[in-house]
Each structure stands twice: as C-alpha cells, then as structure tokens.
Design a binder for this molecule. Sequence first.
Ligand code: MN
Length: 250
Amino acid sequence: MTSFVDFHCHLDLYPDYPEVVAACERDRVHTLAVTTTPRAWPQNRDLAAPMRHVHPALGLHPQLVEAHEHEISLWESYLHEARFIGEVGLDASPRFHRSIDRQKRVFERILRCCADVGGKVLSVHGVRAFGAVLDQIEASLPEDRGRAVLHWFTGTTSQAKRAIALGCYFSVNREMLKSDRGRSLVRSLPESRILTETDGPFTKIDGYPSRPSDVSVVVHELARFLHRSPDAVAASIHKNLQVLAGPLDP
Ligand code: MN
C-alpha cells in the first residue's frame, strides 16, 4: 500500500499532539510538521526523531512576524538542523497587511539563508500575496539552491504558471477543490508538481479538525476529477515527494 502525504499540518497545535504524531506513524502518512515559531522547533524535532513518517519543519509564520520578528535569529540558529522549512511566507490579508514590509524583510532573510546553505524544502504561505511571494522566490531562492512548495495556493492561473516555471510545487487541500475556480486551477498544474495537505487543525472534516490521515479524502477527490484511480494518484504524490525531498523510507 502506498503511504499518503500530508505536506502541511500543525501537529503541535492538536490537544493530543503526541497521539497525532503516533497516528502518522501507525497510518504511514508522511507528514510535514510545520511550526509557526522557532521556539517550537526543539520539541517537534525531538518527537519526530524516532519516526519515519513525521518530518519536522522550522518555521516563522508571517502572521506572527509583527510581534515576533526578533525570533528570526533563533530561526537562523536552528537552520543547520532542519531539512524542511515552514511555515514561512507572506500574508497580505486585512488583519496582517500592516506588517507586510516586515514580513517581506523576514521572508527575504529566510530565503537567502536557505539559498546559502542549499538543499532545503520550504512550505510557503501566500494569502493575498502570491505575486510578491513569487517575486521574492525568483530574486532570492534559485531552483538549484532550494525548492518551495506553495501551500493552499489561491493565486491566479498566470501566477501558477509562473510558479511552475520557477520550480515550485503545490500542496493541495480539500478546501481548494470545493470551488470551480479552485478545481480548474488544480487541473492546470502538472501532476508531477502536486502534493497533498490538510493544514490541520485549521481545516475541518465532518465538523472536526482534520488529521493527517484525512488527506485520503483529498486523494480521492483528486482522483475523481483527474479520472485516475486513488491508488495511482497516491503513488504519484508519493513519488513527487521523493523527487522533491529524496528518499523518505529508510
Ligand atoms: Mn498552516
């Protein structure tokens, strides 16, 4: 059986965090455990260390930059320990727009640090700011120095084309497949650049916060509208993750 991929989940925000980590391992769901502050890195790193399916990511969420910009130095101090980076990016929605200049400063430093070291894979947030996100990736993270996965992409079709040309991947969640616009955008993506995600616990399924194993719902919905079998879609997503990040199953 092919394992599923949840490439954006906040495992440390569930009340039963260690149990959710254990469930990823039991259910064989390769899960990117994103963090919103570098202060959460040591705990995520340590809980994930014995797990084959939980991959911790070092983050500094754009929505926290207004109050936590100073944590960028802590983020930098852990960078050598992290293979995956996230959640990082920009958020220009009304609540966070006023910190956009600071967010850009922080994101630029993150991208440049990643480009200097090389080999990192980033989960990138871009609410109402995917154009600026792509400008910054183009300027500061060449494709051969690191790869970006656009999480919950809500940009335009032409931004998607630009992202593809820049080497970006897309982690697709169920919310993106609910509208005609979202579905036609996902249909326009090359299958080789698609990963799946839940963004749990911020998304709900049947009224409850999504969990990594719920990513199977995204796989089934993708399969239905791509006219493929769920097994074929799951296998292709697993392969995409290995191409992106290297072998994950020791
Ligand atoms: Mn998130």
